[in-house]
Design a protein around this ligand. Sequence first.
Ligand code: ASP
Length: 441
Amino acid sequence: MKKLALHWQIMIGMIAGVIFGILMKSVPNGAAFVKDWIYPFGIIFVKLLKLIAIPLILASLIKGISDLNDISKFSKIGGRTIGIYLMTTVIAVTIGLGIVNIIQPGKGMSQTAIEQLEKDYADDPSVVTKLNTAQAQKEAGPLDFFVKMVPDNFISAGASNGRMLEVIFFAIFFGISMLLVPNEKVIGVKSFFDGLNDIVLKMVDLIMLIAPVAVFALLANVIVKIGTGVIAMLAWYAFSVLLGLLLMVAVYLMAVKLLTGRNPLSFLKGISPAQLVAFSTSSSAATLPVTMECVEEHLGVEKEVASFVCPVGATVNMDGTSLYQAVAAVFIAQALQFDLSIGDMLTIVLTATLASIGSAAVPGAGMVMLVVVLESIGFPAEKLAIGLALIFAVDRPLDMCRTVINVTGDATVAMLVGKSVGKLGDPKVKNWDDHLEQVGG
Ligand code: ASP
């Protein structure tokens, strides 16, 4: 009997997780049961994905660059990737600003709703932590981003998933240097990373076998934790973000169709396992191994491109996050009657683009950098906690959705760059390792 494709299995796991979460919410001690006995399976899955992220970046980038045989090809790929990433982010912010100014979700908020949200969330420890983290980020100098990108110790950089850019830097530096050394001297190193890369990709396949169960656990946990009481008050705000994200998908599909000639639906189908994992984990960093595998095997982007575009994208390209930051900043300003000029809107385009680059690829990071966006338009510091309190209740579900867009954006750019440098081949469907028999084979 033909087995269900992986994305369907994951989808079923997600729906079952939502239903189970709703049921458990109505049962005494149901939430505690989910937290103690169900959620740990989700945590294990996320930890496994994070576990292989650094070895995967290292092995695949070093192999990818050393396969290029020529540094000029790498600078072409690098330049195009960064250029297109910036372009898609600016498009995302602009879409967000357009929508929030047309729908004006903040204008319709009643004073009672604002007061209730303030009372419920302004002192919430998560809101306070986000404000403190943003404060620390703000104190950084203008070139800090580049200073932080260069590690001074590889072992300590590689020991933290939050320092992926440093690992990427090391891998690129190592790969380029390898290109400059005569082939016969590095042949052993090359085949080491080649083998390592295949092993890590096999680990992704094995981890993905538990994805349907893991997403069940992750979603059940999200559902039992979400407070539903205030969601109606934020419906227009949430709708504005979701509409913007949907439009962004349309932009990606159009770009794929027009610039690569590929069928947009097969693009969506190919990237769907990564999208579903992104939705369930709210972390593009944790999803990275799945994104890379989908981009290479399901979409046919060659390793030389995918191994650079995907990890860099996971850390710096967050179209969904930047769009959300634009909508959220204007929504908060509207609700708290803080008038914004055209100049402020332009400042948002700039700061939301930079803020999304600076946001970590982990759950809730977009909200930290939102503080920086708000401050850039002169939003009063004493009202920041109230501002965050307004959007906090729906942040997790919106985070799940914007992470899907972040990952889809990376995959789109991988295809565009791949096409532009002649490295977009046919999907390697034979490696579609969705089932145990194939994983073993
Ligand atoms: N969770 C997002 C990501 O990992 C970042 C954010 O918007 O909070 O891509």
